[in-house]
Design a binder for this molecule. Structure first.
Ligand SMILES: [Zn+2]
Length: 214
């Protein structure tokens, strides 16, 4: 179940198309050529001093953005005494690109799960988030992909992922709502049926965001 709430009344599509996979590798020379063409079309001179290296820099950035590394095989540690306890991992923040406008979105991610004899190596959560951020995205799909990946890693449905997004396409264009934040929550298993557990998770997630947003 994915729910989304967009601040300040701005609408954002909740459609979840098939996941986009980043290209395995891009032809950076060709991309640089296209960036130079774009600069020309925008009325710039790509050979002037300030822009001479820009196409190559932009192409190198695209290459790095689309190759954040794989999500890494998560390490699970056997820890039977932790069974039944809510574990949340917050404070993860990643940059992605909105696929509607190709503008950056900053995503703060909190994940929660209930261990059943095994706990997941905590550093892996951030790498999983990084992996799914490195492509053209929508926040709703990002949230679902992280949750589904974690479900596979943990081997159970008891997963919750909450994401708070600041979208430049909302703050620097269109409605120009600087303070707008979009919240998406994906819950599975017990997080969908146990209201107390779900509320505990959302309280922790909101506290994380409160510290960062002010
Ligand atoms: Zn956008």
């Amino acid at each position: 179940m994915t729910t989304s709430v967009t601040g300040l009344g701005a609408a954002l599509s909740t459609a979840v198309p098939a996941p986009g996979r980043p290209a395995a590798a891009i032809d950076t020379g060709r991309v640089a050529g296209l960036i130079a063409q774009l600069l020309t079309e925008l009325g710039e001179d790509p050979t002037r001093e300030g822009l001479i290296d820009t196409p190559d820099r932009v192409a190198a950035w695209w290459n790095a953005f689309l190759s954040p590394g794989d999500s890494a095989t998560a390490t699970c540690f056997t820890e039977s005494r932790l069974s039944g306890q809510l574990v949340t991992v917050g404070g993860m923040s990643v940059w992605s690109l909105c696929e509607h406008h190709m503008l950056p979105m900053h995503l703060q991610v909190t994940a929660g799960y209930v261990p059943d004899g095994e706990v997941v190596g905590l550093s892996k959560f951030g790498r999983i988030a990084q992996c799914f951020a490195g492509r053209l995205q929508v926040q709703e799909r990002f949230t679902r992909q992280v949750a589904e990946h974690l479900t596979g890693v943990i081997g159970r449905e008891d997963i919750a992922v909450a994401v708070r997004g600041a979208h430049l396409c909302m703050s620097m264009r269109g409605v120009r709502m600087e303070e707008a934040r979009t919240t998406t929550v994906h819950t599975g298993g017990r997080f969908g049926t146990d209201a107390v557990l779900s509320q505990q998770f959302l309280t922790v997630a909101a506290a994380q965001w409160g510290r960062r947003d002010g």
